[in-house]
Design a protein around this ligand. Structure first.
Ligand SMILES: C[S@@+](CC[C@H](N)C(=O)[O-])C[C@H]1O[C@@H](n2cnc3c(N)ncnc32)[C@H](O)[C@@H]1O
Length: 272
């Protein structure tokens, strides 16, 4: 099974180490895309039992280290280098385009789950949305996102530390997330990362789905971008949500089969 996310560009490494890392990451990314395409075109009955190979991308330590470096880079570059935008600007654009096309009210409550540097929400802020919320389980990511938002004058965007896989017993420790609801939940690469967790990944995935259903209003939207899961696998894993749209993403050919390198889906909460 596959276990990759796209390359990082902002770690402190020498040019030759960087070339090596880029070529390793590129190789892993191509392998992941090929495997995803093969599964997309052959798996007859996708289900929750598929496991990805665990990786450090599924650990809190990895993200704390990554965003501590990104925060430092941001400060040292005087606010120029905001760090990695996962799946690139295009992935943000396809989400903002979808939201814009829906013609939703500007006070629509939107949460970005695993917001990283908060770039996704700043795009929505630029479009005039006023009820924006970013959560991440990694303190340095929240620090970076808050700092970038402050520097860009987007002080109405709220960021908090919260773990989307928290169990019900611990929800009261994070009332700002679990005691409120949102019209739209966005996930870009976070569910992917959680699925790579070396510990209890299946339980964490289940908690994620339960928590998502708790914080999303009836007739709310869940917009997910994943490089590890196919459309059918995501549909099987987010049972209880109705698939509404598949957003156009780049395709790749392998062995005469064509498939998407990244999957971007919009789900709607069922009316039942
Ligand atoms: C691949 S990065 C994506 C960051 C951002 N969404 C983007 O598109 O640039 C995954 C993010 O999910 C966060 N994350 C991972 N597991 C999480 C969890 N259980 N709860 C909240 N955030 C989590 C990480 O700290 C990291 O910021």
């Amino acid at each position: 099974m596959i276990s990759v996310l796209p390359p990082h560009c902002h770690t402190e490494i020498t040019p030759s180490a960087m070339n090596e890392q880029i070529s390793n990451d590129f190789e892993r990314l191509v392998k992941a895309a090929v495997l995803k395409i093969l599964r997309e075109t052959t798996t007859p009955c996708p289900n929750m039992d598929i496991d990805l190979n665990p990786s450090n991308l599924g650990t809190r330590e990895h993200w704390e280290e990554t965003y501590s470096t990104e925060l430092q880079n941001y400060e040292e570059s005087n606010g120029v280098d905001v760090g990695e935008i996962w799946f690139g600007f295009e992935s943000e654009r396809r989400i903002t385009n979808w939201i814009t096309r829906k013609g939703l009210a500007k006070n629509t409550a939107i949460v970005d789950i695993g917001c990283g540097n908060g770039s996704m929400l700043l795009n929505l802020h630029k479009l005039g949305f006023t009820n924006l919320f970013g959560i991440d389980f990694c303190q340095p990511a929240v620090d970076l996102a808050s700092k970038v938002a402050e520097d860009k004058g987007a002080t109405s965007v709220h960021y908090i530390v919260a773990d989307i896989t928290a169990t019900e017993e611990t929800h009261k420790e994070c009332p700002d997330l679990f005691h409120r609801t949102f019209d739209i939940c966005i996930d870009k690469g976070t569910y992917d990362a959680i699925c790579l967790s070396p510990e209890n990944s299946k339980e964490k995935r289940l908690s994620y789905v339960q928590n998502l259903r708790k914080i999303l209003v009836r007739n709310g939207f869940f917009i997910i971008t994943s490089c590890n899961w196919t459309k059918d696998e995501l549909v099987a894993q987010f049972k209880g949500l109705d698939l509404m749209d598949e957003l156009p993403t780049p395709t790749m050919q392998f062995g005469g089969r064509a498939g998407r390198t990244v999957t971007a889906l919009v789900f709607k909460t069922g009316t039942s």
